[in-house]
Design a protein around this ligand. Structure first.
Ligand code: 4NP
Length: 144
């Protein structure tokens, strides 16, 4: 199983989702590959936002070596599941889909709930971490 985590910037939410899912995959001894990307291009080549890096580190997860990249159309072929954080991410990714098979791969990590964008609110990083952890655990139970 190959899973791509997607948010807007690929510096706050999807790097957390990437790191948390890799952590859980290792814990559960699963043969899954995880990556992340952003729909936007502003932060390409940068590491995660330091507030995400700190929140992950406080929870025993190291995301400091991740490098931001932008979502690309070939990701539809590369990945089995494309997990987005909010409805805007979903619309942006779906706009690039060309087949029903592409579209079927795109789901919100939390189902019908959004992971809020914490970029302009420092207090959101801790709840975002917890929401993403909860979502990743549900994905593991559903697909392992
Ligand atoms: P993310 O947060 O989508 O969770 O990575 C954001 C990061 C950067 C920006 C927006 C959201 N930005 O506008 O630069």
């Amino acid at each position: 199983m190959k899973i791509l985590m997607v948010c807007l910037g690929n510096i706050c939410r999807s790097p957390l989702a990437h790191g948390i899912m890799e952590h859980l995959v290792k814990e559960n001894k699963l043969d899954w590959e995880i990556d992340s990307a952003g729909t936007g291009n502003w932060h390409i080549g940068q590491g995660p936002d330091r507030r995400s890096t700190r929140e992950a580190k406080n929870n025993g997860i190291d995301i400091s070596s991740q490098v931001c990249r932008q979502f690309r159309v070939s990701d539809f072929d590369e990945f089995d599941l494309i997990l987005v954080m909010d409805r805007n991410n979903k619309a942006d990714v779906l706009r690039l889909a060309s087949t029903d098979a592409d579209r079927a791969k795109v789901k919100m990590l939390l189902g019908d709930r959004e992971v809020p964008d914490p970029y302009h609110d420092d207090t959101l990083f801790a709840p975002v971490f917890n929401m993403v952890m909860e979502g990743c655990k549900k994905i593991i139970s559903a697909y392992q």
